[in-house]
Design a protein around this ligand. Structure first.
Ligand code: B12
Ligand code: SF4
Length: 511
């Protein structure tokens, strides 16, 4: 019988991984059991063995821009072996034709895969797949719950659960508001809670909320809606906000050893009731897109709703006041950056009591406003690398890809790259990490904190910014080693009898 494969491409495999790629387990759930259990391969753990793919099988490959090239290699190999090849994910949604020409796709699914996937499989197995399927933007209550029973044991430190898709903002470097839409689609509270309970039963304590923006309704949105003559928008927003509080109240009833982490805009810091609800819900960490520490930088990325200087420090500290550790995300390479920006940013990150920080290089991701502007200018320059136009930078072999794409008015690209590397080095130096580890109490927890900081740094910085391949390999080895050492620290004793708050104990799989 034909088999269904779901493959998450990656050129780097670490044996263990930090967070479960949620799409794999959501699509596994959407697959159902009609065709036997799907075969799941996450290449961040280990590379696919092509021998496992047979003629007539259906191979689903999910790609974002960074792993599209590897995804296309797998697609070509699978097609050569006679399988039906289907691409999905954000990059395939943006460039369905590319998945056909470079990835040998029979079909591409644009948008959400939860509902349309069984139909795609049916069509493939009937020998009549359509070239493009529109999965659309489904309503929150149609999001499929993941098949956590299919997870390999002891490989992932964090599970991932989604509570909302879409983000009302419109940052220039981000494609989420265009692909997932600006209208927040919140998932029913019961479904989220059931998934979390299932994960805790299996022994997961750490859960990433794979949301675009956990705070989709701000005070200024409410104030704006209040000014309208028609109050329907205000009622909609109030209902969305009430649902957030309802979700957090239910999470608060779950075992205290759970730890949630989410992504949120810093506007949440002006909402003490929200932060307090987050604290009670055990949301102990949040990625906050700070992007730049100056007003000019924020203007560069259309993020005027963020603050700068002392006000910024106060806002970021507000999270810590409620026990929420911030992973601050900063962008370097903005036109307004100067040679002083690197040190100034690290200093601010430390002054604001950030527990973690990431310093990313401005990258024109397709689907963004930045990309459109950059690609229009770049097209006339016509730069090619290894026969690939720079406007399709994701198709260039990884070791040949530039680290920066936009000329800077005052700094050379190498200065920006080195400044960024230096910011990571400084923020994650042993001394600084050990000093920050005071946020946890026991020595064991402090050691865990240091290891996690180093792991984060090795996985996301060195392998991304370094141009020297020996350094990249060394980082990957380090990350593998620390990953193995750390993974047990995150898991708890399974709680097979954990009840769903407000419900009797029910079977462990839900849909
Ligand atoms: C959680 C998350 C992370 C986690 C990843 C954890 C993990 N192991 O998956 C962490 C924090 C590690 C992370 C890191 C990064 N991320 Co990220 N991340 C997200 C986030 C917020 C949610 C992804 C998610 O799990 N969604 C839930 C699942 C269910 O939805 P989904 O993946 O979209 O899948 C659905 C559909 O796309 C479709 N689908 C997907 N695959 C397939 C396959 C088939 C066959 C089919 C039919 C359908 C299908 O069906 C699914 C169900 O509806 C997204 C935002 C977003 N809206 O996608 C950004 C996002 C994917 N990340 C992004 C980026 C840029 C990064 C980083 C590069 C950031 C950085 N500068 O370091 C790194 C890259 C890491 C790496 N090497 O891969 C960008 C990607 C942009 C792009 N064009 O590719 C996004 C879109 C955010 C943004 N602001 O633009 N990320
Ligand atoms: S960067 Fe964050 S706040 Fe801005 S549009 Fe993207 S998801 Fe929304």
């Amino acid at each position: 019988m034909a088999r269904i494969h779901l493959i998450n491409p990656s050129t780097q495999s670490f044996g263990v991984a930090v967070i479960t790629p949620r799409w794999l387990y959501v699509l596994a759930s959407a697959t159902g059991t009609r065709w036997g259990e799907p075969r799941i391969v996450d290449e961040t753990l280990e590379q696919i063995d092509p021998e496992t793919i047979d003629s007539g099988d259906v191979v689903g490959i999910g790609i974002h821009t960074g792993n599209a090239r590897r995804g296309y290699e797998i697609g070509r190999e699978a097609r050569k072996r006679g399988a039906w090849v289907v691409f999905g994910g954000i990059h395939a949604t943006l460039f369905p034709d590319e998945a056909m020409t470079h990835g040998a796709a029979h079909s591409v699914v644009r948008g959400d895969g939860d509902v349309i996937w069984p139909q795609v499989i049916d069509d493939c197995l009937a020998g009549q797949p359509r070239s493009v399927y529109d999965g659309g933007r489904i309503a929150g209550d149609s999001f499929a719950s993941a098949r956590w029973d299919l997870l390999p044991q002891g490989r992932y430190m964090w599970a991932s659960v989604q509570t909302v898709r879409g983000c009302p903002k419109h940052c220039s470097f981000c494609s989420v508001w265009r692909t997932d839409g600006q209208e927040p689609r919140q998932r029913g509270v019961d479904r989220v809670v059931r998934e979390v309970v299932e994960l805790r039963r299996l022994g997961f304590r750490f859960i990433a909320l794979a949301d675009d923006n956990f705070y989709p309704v701000t005070f200024s949105d409410l104030a704006q809606a209040k000014r309208r003559a028609d109050d329907s928008r205000l009622r909609e927003l109030e209902a969305l906000r009430a649902e957030r509080f309802a979700l957090m109240a239910r999470l608060a009833e779950l075992p205290d050893d759970l730890v949630f982490y989410t992504q949120i805009t810093m506007e949440a810091a002006e909402d003490p009731a929200f932060l307090d609800a987050m604290r009670r819900a055990k949301i102990r960490g949040a990625l906050v897109g700070v992007e730049s520490v100056t007003h000019e930088g924020l203007k560069d990325v259309y993020k005027g709703f963020n603050l700068a200087g002392d006000e910024l420090v106060a806002r970021l500290r507000a999270f810590r006041h409620y026990g929420i550790h911030v992973l601050g995300s900063f962008i370097f390479g903005l036109p307004s950056d100067t040679k002083d920006s690197f040190d100034a940013t690290v200093a601010l990150a430390e002054r604001a009591d950030l527990t973690f920080a990431q310093f990313v290089l401005l990258t024109p991701f397709p689907g963004t406003v930045d990309f459109e502007k950059w690609a229009a200018a770049e097209q006339s320059r016509g730069t090619m690398i290894d026969g690939v136009p720079l406007t399709q930078h994701w198709l260039i072999p990884e070791h040949r890809r530039p680290r920066l794409y936009t000329e800077h008015p005052t700094m050379s690209l190498e200065e920006i790259r080195c400044g960024t590397q230096h910011a990571w080095d400084r923020f994650y130096s042993w001394g600084h990490v050990w000093a920050r580890s005071r946020v946890v109490e026991s020595v064991r927890a402090r050691i865990a904190f240091v290891l996690i900081s180093k792991l984060y740094r090795q996985m996301y910085a060195n392998t991304g910014i370094a141009t020297d391949s020996a350094r990249v390999q060394r980082s990957a080895r380090w990350a593998r080693w620390i990953g193995y050492a750390c993974r047990r620290l995150f898991l708890g004793k399974p709680m097979p009898n954990l009840a769903i708050p407000g419900e009797q104990l029910v079977e462990a799989t839900f849909n």
